[in-house]
Design a protein around this ligand. Sequence first.
Ligand SMILES: Nc1ncnc2c1ncn2[C@@H]1O[C@H](COP(=O)(O)OP(=O)(O)OP(=O)(O)O)[C@@H](O)[C@H]1O
Length: 791
Amino acid sequence: MPAYDNEGATISMEDVREIDRPITISTIEEELIARRNRMFKTQKSTVASRRQQAVCVRRAHKRYGTAKNPNVILDGLNMTVAKGSIYGLLGASGCGKTTLLSCIVGRRRLNSGEIWVLGGKPGSPGSGVPGPRIGYMPQEVALFGEFSIRETLIYFGWIANMSTPQVEERIDFLIKLLQLPNPTRQVKNLSGGQQRRTSLAAALIHDPELLILDEPTVGVDPVLRQSIWDHLVDITKEGRTTVIITTHYIDETKQANMIGLMRGGRFLAEESPSELISRYNAESLEEVFLKLSVLQNLGKRRRSSILADVVEKVELPTMPDPSAIDLEEAEVGEISGEFGDNVSMSSKGRVVVAPDLPIPVEAIPPEEKPKRTKMEMIMPMKWHHMKALIWKNFWSLFRNFGVLAFIMGLPISQMVLFCLAIGHYPVGLPIAVVNYESHSSDPLCYYDQKKCPQDRSTYDWHLTNFSCRYLDFLSKRQSNLILYPNTEEAMSEAAHGKARVVLVFPANFSTCLQERITNPRRTDDYTIMNSDVEIHMDNTDKQVEWMLSRDLQLAFMDATQELAKICQLPSRMMSIPVHFNEPIYGLDEANFTDFAGPGVILTIIFFLAVALTSGSMLAERNEGILERTLVSGITGTEILFSHVTVQMLVMIAQSVIVLVIGFVFFGLTMRGPIGWVTFLTLITGLCGMTFGFVVSCVCDTDRTATYLALGSFLPMVLLCGIIWPVEGMHLILQWISYILPLTKSTESLRSMLQRGWTINVPTVYSGFISTGIWIAIYLTTSILLLKFKKG
Ligand SMILES: Nc1ncnc2c1ncn2[C@@H]1O[C@H](COP(=O)(O)OP(=O)(O)OP(=O)(O)O)[C@@H](O)[C@H]1O
């Protein structure tokens, strides 16, 4: 009989004895019915007895993949780990050991079945799991490369609420036990084996009740492996500590009290090593495993043959005595050679699926809920957790000088680039001039600048060379005027991209213009046509076209105003009757840098925060550090707030840099309250940080995170009104734009900077409100994702 109530999952002695006799279809059917009955039989254990075990797993089902294409990993698995024992969990690579362990520590959920750990269900309030009652060493190293061995152990000690002297004492002991190098050495500079031993030390540091070690002896020499096992035997002696250990070195589990041999989603056996060896008349545990696998394969084939047998009525061969199986001859199925990585198997296609028996609800005693103090209810974060996390985050960031320099250098370079590159008028655009009025070889032909062309006594006009006067004023705005002898040549050069615009002045331009102004009643079409400057524009670049048209028109206004001044006439007399007064807000000449500045500042701060936060969170997650941290009892809220605290320092520095460069060095317009401007910049960074948390929780790899961050960057920038006014967008896009995190805040910042408005104006405070709402949404989403997105 197996020592624990594992009916249905374990091949017991009864199974082995029964197969001594010849097997026919009816005996197989009887046996299967008997087995099924045994499986369905009421469990001998009670919920209360399960709670007394260190770990108790019942009818565990776990699959990956979709319902249509499932990859079943745990298939009705039962497991019982008595308190104070060492439990060796063995099985081929990929059979589901790590999956089972992560379900036990509460980081993955079963599809069905139940798990009791240290008297409670993992993750339930008061179970202490995840938490310091567990010491978890995951398969990956899951340590911070920048930390020294000592710092690593201090971090895990603090998380378990140990004082620094207590940790120091344990460090000395563990360094000796695990033969670790100088504790000041950085983890990233240790060998693979040393890193694994440091990881083991981190699991052992707080002397937990339940140690879960996923392959702790990989890369450890035999002598040290023995001393680790001796230590495990030592700590379990008094019955306070329980150890579950997975290993590929099957024979080292001789010292375990119990061994669970896992294959195909359940246990082939769950016995003490000595019992297994004697029962299967084997020389080593490895041999036991191979025999059990052969048995399982034969049983599998026997069962799958039943269907065929029903049709063909073929008598099956006799099942051999397991102790007499000759492994050389037996077909081991998927198993070959050395136990461990060379063994490959899959649970796909198995026939036997254990029934999932629901436990009657009334049979489960209510879980004890721990009493929480008022302080704990208000403040969901534990001080010692926050201390450890903030300390860890601070040093992870500030110790890496290269990364830090990059983080600080990036906003500087981006802001400098923006201020130098964007918003300045293009000068020196090539302008082709064909001037039939002048015979000069210079585009700036001669005219008498001081002479008024109006006779003071008769008030008659004698306007000459007005084209020269006009070109003179145009050259003050655009200096690159190129003279061409005729229109055809100028047009041909413009067609080849050598000029952005062609200006053609007719031969009698000045006289016709004079006629048009002084004698409009008698002006004919010919006169009107010859009084116009003929303009041909290259309209491929909208911005350039805009600016050139503006310069061409303003140059004409400048020339006429100057003429009026010389002739002592009112300056506006010859201008078009549209007058632009002083602007209500903003500069006399609106400046694109000032317009785009607020959006650019907020975008820089927002997306730098996204990159920083998602980068550091994803690194932690992919290295297994996040998983380990969560198993040690730290909550998602604590992780997020610790990141916010440390990265806030970086963000404050980045915001100050960006604001100083923009407003002090490049003189962007700042008319509003500096305090609110700074505050809005900071909360936009905070918003980016929380968005970074969401990205890192949603995405599993750096690549998907990059795609998501980039994918959100473009729509936000396109729609937030930096590039084009929101009012000019499609109506639906306008609505989308208004709810995006950067639109309202950009408008708010622009109003503060250029209009000088303060917080009591709706446009301004709506930016703060919108950012606040987004922070709350992102933060809640990431806390929920951290809590519920398992496995
Ligand atoms: N997140 C996942 N999504 C899909 N399949 C997974 C996932 N994690 C593990 N698996 C698959 O589940 C199976 C069991 O994996 P698991 O890591 O539990 O095996 P293991 O027994 O610990 O292997 P090893 O001894 O090599 O560490 C493997 O086939 C693996 O590919």
